[in-house]
Design a protein around this ligand. Structure first.
Ligand code: UD1
Length: 417
């Protein structure tokens, strides 16, 4: 298994090109199940999660080609609407195929995704929504069996779940009649999915707001779409810049998708310049503590909480970080403490008292964003070497991160075992 070695302390300086959003690409790929003609996605990131979705869709008979940053997906010859356990267990986002399979084939059999490091992550909201659309849903031997036909309905989500909103939106595109999803998640990735589906012939309005209206249509055609920039990747590079007292510009980033995050960075003393599609940060006067509470969009993103914590470990003063979206998302804390951080956790809140310096240490990545936090911490550690084990987590969501950080001046390398 590969390791990442970091000798920290060098201020990161320069520009980094932000890739397309992982969390947009995965549902967009699943949405291609709905299309009766080939689709093209542009600005697709080269990530393990994208390869996993490729394998799953290919196993169901979709023809997929991935060249450069382009994906072509053709679902015209798809076979059995079955997503097997072996593929679904690798990535929770595989569950996104349920809604489109059901909409296109009138039935689907999809393995339950199971738990993961950051919590039990149930799928009750997805299933309740599909039942409201008229699906008959049962669970047998670890699989969800769902049968149509689907009819438009008014659905109010118990919580604005991103995945459930996307699954239901896709299912409703070909349902009979009008569906209204209230308390829908408002993440930019949902608006992106809405734009793509509409370009295929769907009739969706309000995607990206808390009320989405979908008028069912008989058929969707093919189309082309450019994936939005990855806001979490942009945020991670910007935090690495600040934590190392550097000056980093994220190119091809969308500042509108990062408003509450950027406001918090301003609160820490970060100086932020926003241009058309660039965000530049530096903190020439040092960093100070700030309190952060994660919330569904447009609140502070849970996917940047761990990396923000890593940066606050070296900010002056005490910060309180509250995680309200996931039940167990402080996996990075134990490892940060091994690097000299001062963090106390009480249920879903962590108090981070800033220290002057972190020290490098061997650490273990536990999930995608926790790994990114360890990289931010390792880059800012002024003494010693940080060896991050289990880096396959990072490859799920960040493309060749060590090369891109090196280009910004980091002393970082991947060691292949
Ligand atoms: C998506 C993102 C993930 C991000 C998360 C929250 C993708 C591929 N992943 O995950 O990076 O961290 O949104 O912004 O887009 N819940 C239920 N029942 C359900 C569904 C969710 O209780 O049926 C709970 C979850 O356990 C969690 C919370 O709702 O506590 C948020 O989950 P959700 O918004 O669904 O996240 P995902 O779509 O899985």
């Amino acid at each position: 298994m590969d390791r990442i070695l970091i000798r920290g302390g060098a201020p990161l300086r320069g520009q980094v090109h932000i890739r397309g959003s992982k969390n947009s690409t995965l549902p967009l790929m699943a949405a291609c199940i709905l299309a009766e003609a080939p689709c093209e996605l542009h600005n697709v990131p080269c990530l393990h999660d994208v390869f996993t979705m490729d394998k799953l869709l290919s196993a169901m008979g979709m023809t997929i080609e991935f060249t450069g940053r382009y994906l072509t997906l053709d679902a015209s010859d798809m076979g059995e609407p079955l997503a097997p356990y072996d593929l679904v267990r690798k990535m929770r986002a595989s569950f996104f195929v349920l809604g489109p399979l059901l909409a296109r084939y009138g039935q689907a059999k999809v393995s339950l995704p199971g738990g993961c490091a950051i919590g039990t992550r149930p799928v009750d909201i997805h299933l309740k929504g599909l039942e409201a659309l008229g699906a008959h849903v049962s669970i047998e031997d670890g699989y969800v069996l769902a049968k149509g036909p689907l009819k438009g309905a008014d659905i109010t989500l118990d919580f604005p779940s991103v995945g459930a909103t996307e699954n239901l939106m896709m299912a409703a595109t070909r349902a009979d009649g009008v569906t209204r999803i209230s308390n829908a998640a408002r993440e930019p990735e949902i608006a992106d999915l809405g734009h793509f589906l509409n370009s295929l012939g769907a009739q969706i309005s309000g995607a990206g707001t808390d009320l989405i209206t979908i008028v069912g249509v008989d058929e969707l055609g093919g189309g082309q779409h450019t994936v939005i920039p990855d806001r979490v990747e942009a945020g991670t590079f910007l935090l690495a810049g600040l934590a190392t007292h550097g000056d980093v510009t994220a190119q091809n980033a969308n500042a509108d998708h990062l408003s509450s995050f950027l406001n918090k960075l301003r609160g820490t003393g970060g100086e932020i310049e926003i241009h058309a599609n660039r965000i530049r940060v530096a903190a020439p006067n040092g960093l100070r503590a700030v309190d952060v509470t994660t919330q569904p969009y447009p609140g502070f993103p849970t996917d940047l909480q761990a990396q923000m914590m890593a940066m606050l470990c070296v900010a002056e003063g005490a910060s309180v970080i509250k995680e309200t979206v996931f039940e167990n998302r402080f996996m990075q804390v134990g490892e940060l403490v091994r690097m000299g951080a001062d963090i106390e956790v009480d249920s879903n809140a962590a108090v981070v008292r800033g220290v002057n310096n972190l020290r490098g240490a061997p650490v273990m990545a536990s999930d995608l964003r926790a790994s990114a936090a360890l990289i931010v911490a390792g880059l800012s550690a002024t003494k010693g070497e940080t060896a991050i084990h289990r880096v396959y987590h990072i490859d799920r969501g960040y493309e060749r991160i060590e090369e891109r950080l090196s280009a910004l001046g980091a002393d970082i390398e991947r060691i292949q075992d």
